[in-house]
Design a protein around this ligand. Sequence first.
Ligand SMILES: [Zn+2]
Length: 591
Amino acid sequence: MNETVEKSTYRVLARKYRPSTFSELVGQDVMVRTLTNAIEIDRLPHAFILIGVRGIGKTSTARIIARALNCVSTDGTGRATAEPCGVCSHCVAIAEDRHVDVIEMDAASRTGVNDIRELIDGVRYRPLEARYKIYIIDEVHMLSTSAFNALLKTLEEPPEHVKFIFATTETRKVPVTVLSRCQRFDLRRVETGVLMDHFRSIAQKEDVTVSEDSLAMIARAADGSVRDGLSLLDQAVAHAGIQEDGQITEASVQDMLGLADHGRIYDLFEHLLAGKAREAIDELAALYNSGADPLAVIGDLLQIVHWLTRLNLDPGAADSPGNSEIDRTRGINLAQRLNIGTLGRIWQVLLKGNEEVRTAPSGIQAAEMVLIRLTLMSELPPPADLIRMLQTQGPSVGSGNSSEPQRTALGSAPTGQSSGALPAAPRLAASGGIQALAHPEMEKITAEDYNPDSFEAVVALFENKREGLIAAALRGQVNLVSFERGHICFRAGSEAPQDLANRVARLLKEWTGDQWLVSLSERPGQPTIRSVRETAARERRNEAIAHPLVQAALEAFPGARVETVSERSLPEEDFKNAITNPDEDEKEIEP
Ligand SMILES: [Zn+2]
């Protein structure tokens, strides 16, 4: 029931304020200027192509062009005009979608060559009533190749009385032969400030009170689209039940958009900076209980980090329209306390966390883990500083002898962290510990390899395709006897799934399109991938522990242990990896 209400309200605003003239098109000044020029100097292309993202006004623009081309003005004698009158029979019929000479077709639903043939058959007949016969083809990139070819013939020699207006979201899927015969018009994402102005004026006309922060939220969520924004405004009206007091509040818009209270996201962010894991988890739980989606919370944190980074580079950005009061005040305050490097590291952790929260069986648990990881970051000096300190001062930094003031990794935290002393050792161990330096990049088989040419690549493909059980079996339970593309032979351990070989063969065929023979052997074969990795990790760890810098670090943090060693060449990267990647093959080694 509610849905029907919202739908019908949606039609009201988006239809009611649908632009019918070029001047009413919001935020498309450049395109409008080009178009009106072309019409005024009577240099009309045979085919227009309107390009832009979904909901940006392509169809509205196409209809305005159709009006402009066919308007005869109030006295019925006018010629094509950049300012269609809106009252002549043609203008009215086009607006009402019932003009005999304006033919609209949605290529998304009619992609075939016969649909286009039918349409093109009509091209040779003169328009019945209007100056031009106008074909509007929406989502033109969806046409089949043969349909494009049929269309192309007409585009090469179009009759004088015919105009084509194409609209598309994906230019790259439109053949160049077609593109080259059209004049191209790009519709831009409408800037947040322009959207806000537009929505404000509509709200005034509708006699609805909307706070500036609510407008900003709606404009941001609209992401450049007038239509999406109007639909949100409609929903906000319905959602807030404004019939009584005529008010749309931030809380109701937040609620509607599934956003967490922005102020509380900032609170959460400050807890993270201060290294207050418990407070951060409590805040997350409170947000979760009040209906916020864990993924949206991580998304909001990412947005804050992005915002702070922008502010850090350009404090003037705070004054651009569309920013909420909170973003301005708390943002500036925070941006002054954090540096770009720190923000970059937080971004990395959040970005990886975002993926984890999205795929984990429990989003809220995964989000908690991400937050804990971030609070741990605050306890370590930035990696570059740590290395510098160790290089210049030796291990004594940890014992408080250092005269150089030290800061925590996430900048000077607002509360909590007493300045100066470096963190206690057990936390260091918990966060993955000190990383080895300067190792060459080893084999890292990555995801997109759908044409695996080694056994490792096959395993990586299974990991990538989220066939975790099979991947684990291949890593730990399988001794490879021989590998060539299309044929794998291995010995399967007693704990490997019975049908492992069949499943591997079947899935490989599905993903690669080729036939794969996967056979079992009783020959001993090579050591498992897991044991090879473990041996390598052990060697790396021993090597790392012997490194003078690591030795110094271990002295600097009494009780610290080397837990994981990963393969990165830069210390900065090492640190990030330690935080984001508490690795699978951990074995603790006491110094
Ligand atoms: Zn007219």
